[in-house]
Write a protein that binds this ligand. Structure first.
Ligand SMILES: Cc1cc2nc3c(=O)[nH]c(=O)nc-3n(C[C@H](O)[C@H](O)[C@H](O)COP(=O)(O)OP(=O)(O)OC[C@H]3O[C@@H](n4cnc5c(N)ncnc54)[C@H](O)[C@@H]3O)c2cc1C
Length: 475
C-alpha cells in the first residue's frame, strides 16, 4: 500500500494529528537512546486508546505492513529502530492510570504511563511502584515491560517481571489478548512472563496490571568514598557476603564523579577513585545497626570517608547525582554509548580492570556508573560521532567488554535488552537450537514477524534477507 494512502487510512482511526509523515518531524523518531544507528520510519502513529492501537495494528495487518512499537524512546539498545518496519506505533498518549486497588496493592495502567507517575499517584496511600530505572521521569511502563527494566532499587525489590501481574497485548493481527491479571499466582503457563522482556517482538502492550509495594518505614542513605574502584568493589562483595541486602548499592568511578559534580555541585570528592551509594530501608528498628555494619565493612576495605544523608534533602541530592549521571556525562563528550553487561558480583573488580585495559588499548574515555550490588555494569564510552575512526573503536571496545562479561560467567545485558545493538552477541550465550526454540515461541504470538522485526535474533536464523538499517553511521 502506498505510504500516503496508508497515512490517510490510519488518520481515519486516530485523527489528523495522530499520524506524523513529514520528514522533519519523523527525524525525531530516528533513534532511541542508542544513537550509533539511525533510521526514521515512514509514518509515526499516535493512538490515544488501547482500542485505537488495536484498530491501527489491524489496519497494518490487512495492508501487510510490519511495525515497531515505541514508548518514550529512552531505550539503550536500538529496540525502536525501524528495520524493514515502516510504521512506528507510539504509545505515549496512553497515559491513564485506570485503577488503583490500595487494599490489594495493585494498579492497572495504560502502556504510555510514565514510570514515576505511578508512585506519584499512590504515595499518599503509603505505596510505591518499586522498579525505578534512572530514566523513570521519562520512560513508559510499556517500554519497561518490553525491556524487563531494572533500576537502583531492584537489588532488593526485583526487576519489572517481579512487579507485573498481567498485560493486555495487541497481537500483530490486531487481536487483543489478556495475559495474567490482577489475581496473584494464576494457574497455567506464565505467559505474562514471556511478554516481559520480549522487546516488542510479540505485539504491543496496551495495559499492565502492576504490583504496588508498601513504602519503607525508614531509609538510611550513605555515600562511601574510596581511593580505588578495586577497594569499592571489594566492599560491595563484603556487604552482600555479610548477609545484608541494601535497597540499592550503586557505584560511580572518578570520571562520572567529576561529571556529576560539575553538573550538580553537591560536594562529591572529584579526587576519589570511586564512590558507593548505599541505601538501606525497612522497619526503623535495626536500621541503624545495619548502617553501622555497612560502615564497618567499608572501613575494613579502607574507605576514606562515609557520609550519611542527614535528611530527605541530602538523600535526594545524592540520588539526583546517581540518577542524572548519564545526563551529566553529556558535558564530557558530544556523544556517548552506555553499555550494559552482567558479571557475577565477585567478578566486578575483574571486569573493571578489563574495562580500564580496553579504554587504554582503544584510546577511549570510559566512565562507570552501575548497579554494583547485582553485578550489572554500565561502562559509558565517550566519543564524537563525526569521528568515524572513534566510532569504530567504540563499537569494537563495547564488543570486547561484552565478550569479557560472558567469559567471566555473566551476560551481555542486565536490563537494556538486545535490540539491534547486541544481536551479534546472542550466539555467545545461546546455541542455534536455543535460538530456534525461542523463535518457535515467538511464532505463537507473531507468526509472520510483523511486530518489531529484525530485533533480538541473528538474521541468519530467521532466514530473511539481512540488510543494515537504512541510515547508519558510516564506519
Ligand atoms: C538516562 C537513562 C537512564 C536509564 N536507566 C535505566 C535503568 O536504570 N534501568 C533500566 O533497565 N533501563 C534504563 N534505561 C533504559 C530505558 O530507559 C529502559 O529500557 C526503558 O524501559 C525504556 O522505556 P521507553 O518507554 O523509553 O521504551 P522505548 O525506548 O520507546 O522502547 C524500548 C523497547 O520497548 C519496545 N516497546 C516500547 N513500548 C512498548 C509497548 N507498549 N509494547 C511493546 N513493546 C514496546 C520498543 O519496541 C523497544 O524495543 C535508561 C535510559 C536512559 C536514557
Amino acid at each position: 500500500m502506498h505510504t500516503g494512502a496508508l497515512a490517510s487510512a490510519l488518520r481515519d482511526i486516530v485523527g489528523s494529528d495522530g499520524v506524523i509523515d513529514h520528514p522533519d518531524a519523523l527525524s525525531v523518531y530516528d533513534c532511541d537512546g542508542y544513537t550509533l544507528e539511525r533510521s526514521a520510519p515512514d509514518l509515526v502513529v499516535l493512538p490515544r486508546t488501547p482500542a485505537e492501537v488495536a484498530a491501527v495494528v489491524c489496519r497494518l495487518w490487512t495492508a501487510g505492513v510490519p511495525f515497531v512499537p515505541r514508548g518514550a524512546g529512552t531505550g539503550l539498545s536500538g529496540g525502536t529502530l525501524p528495520v524493514h518496519a515502516p510504521v512506528m506505533v507510539c504509545t505515549s498518549r496512553l497515559t491513564a492510570i485506570e485503577a488503583v486497588d490500595v487494599r490489594n496493592r495493585r494498579a492497572r495502567v495504560q502502556a504510555g504511563v510514565i514510570n514515576a507517575s505511578i508512585t506519584r499517584a499512590v504515595e499518599r496511600h503509603g505505596l510505591l511502584y518499586a522498579p525505578d530505572p534512572s530514566s523513570q521521569p521519562a520512560c513508559t511502563i510499556g517500554g519497561n515491560v518490553a525491556e524487563n527494566s531494572g533500576g537502583p532499587h531492584t537489588l532488593k525489590y526485583g526487576v519489572t517481571t517481579n512487579h507485573v501481574l498481567g498485560v493486555e497485548l495487541v497481537l500483530s493481527s490486531g487481536q487483543i489478548v489478556e495475559l495474567g491479571g490482577p489475581v496473584e499466582d494464576r494457574l497455567g503457563y506464565d505467559l505474562t512472563g514471556i511478554v516481559v522482556g520480549s522487546e516488542g517482538t510479540l505485539g504491543i502492550v496496551t495495559r499492565a496490571w502492576v504490583r504496588l509495594v508498601r513504602a519503607p518505614q525508614a531509609v538510611r542513605t550513605l555515600l562511601a568514598v574510596f581511593e580505588t574502584v578495586e577497594a569499592a568493589s571489594e566492599a560491595v562483595s563484603a556487604i552482600i557476603g555479610a548477609g545484608l541486602v541494601p535497597a540499592a548499592l550503586e557505584m560511580m568511578d572518578r570520571l562520572i564523579i567529576t561529571a556529576v559534580e560539575e553538573a550538580f555541585h553537591v560536594g562529591l570528592p572529584t579526587d576519589a577513585g570511586a564512590v558507593l551509594l548505599v541505601e538501606l530501608d525497612g522497619p526503623s528498628a535495626g536500621l541503624d545497626d545495619e548502617l553501622a555494619r555497612v560502615t564497618a565493612i567499608c572501613r575494613r576495605r579502607g574507605v576514606r570517608e562515609v557520609r550519611v544523608a542527614r535528611d530527605d534533602a541530602e538523600r535526594a541530592a545524592l540520588w539526583k547525582c546517581r540518577k542524572r549521571a548519564f545526563g551529566a556525562v553529556g558535558r564530557l563528550a558530544r556523544n556517548y554509548c552506555t553499555q550494559d553487561g552482567v558479571v557475577p558480583r565477585t567478578r566486578v573488580p575483574d571486569i573493571l580492570r578489563t574495562i580500564t585495559g580496553v579504554a587504554e588499548r582503544y584510546r577511549l574515555r570510559i566512565g562507570n556508573v552501575f548497579h554494583a550490588g547485582d553485578g550489572n555494569i554500565h561502562p559509558i564510552l565517550l566519543f564524537d560521532e563525526r569521528d568515524h575512526d572513534e566510532v569504530a573503536r567504540v563499537l569494537a571496545a563495547g564488543k570486547e567488554i561484552l565478550e569479557a562479561c560472558v567469559a567471566l560467567g555473566g551476560s551481555v545485558t542486565g536490563e537494556h535488552g538486545i535490540g539491534v545493538e547486541k544481536i551479534a552477541q546472542m550466539p555467545l550465550l545461546f546455541s542455534p537450537d536455543d535460538l530456534r526454540e525461542m523463535l518457535r515461541v515467538r511464532a505463537v504470538f507473531d507468526p509472520d514477524r510483523r511486530a518489531n522485526p529484525h530485533k533480538i535474533f541473528p538474521d541468519a536464523l530467521v532466514c530473511v534477507e539481512a540488510r543494515a538499517p537504512r541510515r547508519q553511521v558510516p564506519l
